[in-house]
Design a protein around this ligand. Structure first.
Ligand SMILES: C[S@@+](CC[C@H](N)C(=O)[O-])C[C@H]1O[C@@H](n2cnc3c(N)ncnc32)[C@H](O)[C@@H]1O
Length: 225
C-alpha cells in the first residue's frame, strides 16, 4: 500500500521542494481540512503549497473541489516574457531552482504532476495551465490561496478578479505580502474586516471569527486588523 495513504500526515513532513514555509503550509492544510466550499490556488509552481492544501482536502469529509492554476512555463522565453525580465537577473541559486523545472521535458507542470502523484494527491487536484486572469470560473471559492502577487502592482493586477471569485464569507490567503503598500493596494480593492499575518502570509476574511479559526487556524498569527 502507498505509505501516504496509510499514514495521512506523512505528506506534511515530506512536501516537495518549494517556496512557502512549513508552518504556513500547515495553516493551509488546516484551512483546507475544514472548508466546506470550493478551493482555488493561484501559483502552485511544483506543488509545495498544493501538497499541503490537497492533503487537507483528502482529510476533509466533504472533499471540496480544489483547483490550482499556474503558468507552468516550459521554457525560459515564456518565463521572461511573462515577468518582463531576464532569468539571468536572478542570483545563480534561484536560476538553478527555476531552470531545473522550466527546462525539463514537459516543463513545470510535469514536476507538479510527479510530486502530487508520488504523494497520492493527483486525483484530488484540478490543474489549470495559463494566466489565471484568462480563466472563467463557473463557481465562487470559499478559500483562495494566491502565491502570485509579490508587490503592489501585482496586487492591483490580480486581486480585483480574486476578490470577485471569493465568496462573501470566504477566506483569502496570500503569500509574500512583505511591503506596506501591498496592504494599501488591497484595501483600495476590498477592505476586509479581519486580517491576520504570519510572517509574509496574510489571512483576510469578512466571516465571523469562530473559536476554531482564532484559536487553531490563526493561532500564533499577528492580528493586523
Ligand atoms: C512563488 S511561486 C509559487 C510557489 C508555490 N506556491 C510553493 O509553495 O512552492 C509563484 C508561481 O506563480 C505563478 N504565477 C504568477 N502569476 C501568475 C498568473 N497570473 N497566473 C498563473 N500563475 C501565475 C508563477 O508561474 C509561479 O509558478
Amino acid at each position: 500500500m502507498n505509505p501516504f495513504q496509510k499514514i495521512p500526515y506523512l505528506n506534511l513532513l515530506f512536501p516537495p521542494e518549494g517556496m512557502i514555509r512549513p508552518l504556513q503550509g500547515i495553516r493551509l492544510f488546516d484551512l483546507a481540512k475544514q472548508i466546506q466550499g470550493n478551493i482555488l490556488e493561484i501559483g502552485s509552481w511544483v506543488g509545495k503549497s498544493t501538497t499541503y492544501i490537497a492533503n487537507g482536502v483528502r482529510l476533509n469529509p466533504n472533499k471540496p473541489p480544489f483547483y490550482t492554476v499556474d503558468n507552468y512555463f516550459t521554457n525560459t522565453e515564456e518565463w521572461e516574457s511573462f515577468y518582463g525580465e531576464s532569468l539571468n537577473d536572478n542570483p545563480e541559486w534561484a536560476r538553478n531552482i527555476y531552470l531545473k523545472h522550466i527546462e525539463r521535458k514537459g516543463g513545470v507542470i510535469e514536476s507538479l504532476r510527479e510530486n502530487l502523484a508520488d504523494r497520492d494527491l493527483l486525483h484530488l487536484v484540478k490543474i489549470l495551465k495559463g494566466d489565471f486572469l484568462s480563466f472563467e470560473f463557473p463557481k465562487k471559492f470559499e478559500l483562495i490561496f494566491c502565491d502570485a502577487s509579490h508587490d503592489a502592482s501585482e496586487v492591483k493586477r490580480n486581486l480585483p478578479k480574486i476578490i470577485s471569485l471569493l465568496e462573501p464569507e470566504g477566506i483569502l490567503v496570500c503569500d509574500d505580502f512583505r511591503y506596506p503598500d501591498m496592504f494599501d493596494a488591497l484595501d483600495e480593492i476590498h477592505r476586509f474586516k479581519h486580517i491576520y499575518t504570519h510572517r509574509y502570509m496574510i489571512f483576510a476574511t469578512n466571516r465571523k471569527l469562530t473559536h476554531r479559526l482564532e484559536n487553531q487556524s490563526f493561532l500564533g498569527c499577528k492580528r493586523y486588523r
